[in-house]
Design a binder for this molecule. Structure first.
Ligand SMILES: *Cc1c(COP(=O)(O)O)cnc(C)c1O
Length: 368
C-alpha cells in the first residue's frame, strides 16, 4: 500500500534503520553529539535565531508557542481545523481570543488581519497556518507577518509550518515562532515537534510560562545540547538521519524545487482529467480535490490500486481527497497515483481512460 496522506508520510528506509539502533541514555556525551548534529541541521532548515525540539506532536508546539508568546489576547486565523485549534488553545489557557474565520478554501487577507489589530489593542500575538492542511490551503503568511510588524513590531507572529517547513522556502524575517512536526514534511514517526524562534520571541518568552512547555527552560538546556526532560532519543536520531538523507539526495534546495514541480504537475494532471482543485490558493504540501464522488474515488484508490490518500474532516468529510506532496517521493510513485485517479474515474464511468493524467504529469514534471 502506498501511503499518500499528507501526514503521516512514509519514513525512508535509511531513517528507519537509524532508529532501529539500541536505545542509548539521553544524559550521555554520545546522545549529546547526536543532539548537536540534529540541532545544527535544524538551524539550517528553519533559518531562525533559535530552535527547540519538544517531545510532543505538533499540537504541543502550537500550545507552547501560544502560552509563551501570547500574554494577553491571541488573534487566530481560522480557515480550517488547525487554525481553529489555535483559538481553542488560547481559550483553554484563559487568554483573550479574537478569531478571523474564512471558508476552508479561502486565504486570509492582510487588510482584515490589520483591521482586527486596529480594533483590539490587546492582541499581542497572531497565529496562522502557513499551509492549512484541512483544505490544502496556502495563506499569504509572509505578507501578513510583514504587515503585522509594520503595524506593531511587539506583536508576536506564530506560524504553523507543520506542512510547510521542508516543503518550501519560508521567509522568516517577520516570523517569531515557526512550528514543525515530525510526521509530516520531515518524514518521521509522530512525536517530535520543533519550534524555530526569533530573538524578539526569546526576549518576550523571558522566564517562560507553564512547566513542561516552558520554552525558557528548553532554550537554556538545548543550547547545551541536552533537553529539560527526557529527550525523544529515537526521534532525535531519526531527525539527524532524515536531514542527512535530504543532504544525500541533493540537499534542501533540490527537495524544495522537486516538491514544487511535483505539486504543479499533479495539479495539472488532475485538472486535465476534469477534476477541480479545492483551495483558491493551493499549498505545495498536498493536492486537494473537491468532488461529489471523493469518497468513491478514495475507496477505489485503496481497494483497486493500493494507494492511501486522505479524505476531509468535519465539514469537508466525503467532499475532498488530499494527495500528499511532502517529502522524498519517488517519481514513479506519484506517477502511479495520478494514473490510478484516472483509472478510478474510468471505473466510475466518468471518462474513458486514455492516460491523459500520466502524460500531462510527465509533460509538466519533466518539462517535455
Ligand atoms: C498535523 C497538523 C497539526 C497537528 O499536529 P499533531 O501532530 O496532530 O498534533 C497542526 N497543524 C497542521 C497544519 C497540521 O497539518
Amino acid at each position: 500500500m502506498l501511503l499518500f496522506t499528507p501526514g503521516p508520510t512514509p519514513v525512508p528506509e535509511s531513517v528507519r534503520n537509524a532508529m532501529a539502533t539500541p536505545t542509548i541514555h539521553h544524559r550521555t556525551p554520545e546522545f549529546e553529539s547526536i543532539f548537536k548534529r540534529a540541532r545544527e541541521a535544524l538551524f539550517k532548515l528553519f533559518g531562525t535565531d533559535e530552535v527547540v525540539m519538544l517531545a510532543a506532536t505538533g499540537t504541543g508546539a502550537m500550545e507552547s508557542a501560544v502560552t509563551n508568546l501570547c500574554h494577553h489576547t491571541l488573534l487566530n486565523i481560522n480557515a480550517g481545523k488547525f487554525g481553529e485549534r489555535f483559538g481553542k488553545i488560547a481559550k483553554a489557557h484563559g487568554l483573550g481570543n479574537e478569531e478571523l474565520v474564512y471558508e476552508w478554501d479561502t486565504p486570509a487577507s492582510v487588510e482584515e488581519v490589520l483591521q482586527k489589530l486596529k480594533n483590539n489593542a490587546q492582541i499581542d500575538a497572531v497565529a496562522i497556518q502557513i499551509s492549512e492542511s484541512a483544505g490544502g490551503l496556502r495563506h499569504p503568511v509572509e505578507a501578513i507577518a510583514a504587515a503585522i510588524k509594520a503595524h506593531n513590531p511587539e506583536i508576536m507572529v506564530i506560524a504553523d509550518g507543520i506542512t510547510a517547513v521542508g516543503v518550501e522556502k519560508i521567509d522568516v524575517t517577520h516570523i517569531d515562532a515557526l512550528i514543525a512536526g515530525s510526521q509530516k514534511a520531515l518524514m518521521l514517526p509522530p512525536g517530535l515537534a520543533i519550534i524555530g524562534l526569533s530573538n524578539a520571541a526569546i526576549e518576550k518568552i523571558g522566564k517562560g510560562r507553564g512547566y513542561y512547555f516552558n520554552l525558557a527552560t528548553e532554550i537554556k538546556k538545548q543550547r547545551q545540547n541536552t533537553t529539560a526532560w527526557t529527550a525523544a532519543t529515537t526521534l532525535v536520531i531519526g531527525a539527524e538521519a532524515i536531514l542527512a538523507e535530504i543532504e544525500a539526495q541533493g540537499g534542501l534546495d533540490a527537495l524544495i524545487e522537486k516538491t514544487a514541480r511535483r505539486a504543479r504537475a499533479t495539479q495539472a494532471a488532475l485538472e486535465a482529467i476534469g477534476l477541480h482543485i479545492y483551495p483558491k490558493s493551493p499549498a505545495r504540501s498536498m493536492t486537494t480535490v473537491d468532488d461529489a464522488q471523493a469518497k468513491e474515488i478514495r475507496s477505489l484508490l485503496k481497494k483497486e490500486y493500493q494507494i492511501n490518500v486522505a479524505g476531509g474532516q468535519d465539514r469537508l468529510e466525503g467532499k475532498i481527497f488530499r494527495i500528499n506532496q511532502m517529502g522524498l517521493i519517488e517519481d514513479y510513485e506519484i506517477n502511479w497515483v495520478v494514473n490510478a485517479v484516472e483509472l478510478a474515474l474510468a471505473k466510475l464511468g466518468r471518462r474513458a481512460y486514455d492516460a491523459t493524467a500520466t502524460r500531462v504529469f510527465n509533460e509538466v514534471y519533466f518539462s517535455l
